[in-house]
Design a protein. Sequence first.
Length: 97
Amino acid sequence: MLTNSQKKQLRTISLNLKIKYQVGKNGINPQVIDLLDKALTAHELVKVDILKSLDKDIMEVALDLSSDLHAEVVQIIGRGLLLYRKNKKKEIIHLSK
C-alpha cells in the first residue's frame, strides 16, 4: 500500500511520462492486460487513458485493471489512470518511505 507522500512522488514523476496506453471499445481483454503487464514490468509507472467508447464506470475499470495487474491505482483524473507496480527484480523508481 502506498503512502500519501509516495503517491505524491509518483504523481510528480508522471508529469514527465510521455507514453500513454489506451483502453477502448474492446475493453479489458487479455491483450490489454499483457501489454500493461509488460509496461509495468519495464517502467513501474504507466498512464492509461480510458476512451469514451468503453461504456463502463472509470472506477470499475480502475479496480479491474489494478486487480488483474496486481498494481496500485495512484490517481484517477477524468478518464485517465495512473498505475504503479514495483518491479521486484529491478527497482526503477526509488520511493521514499
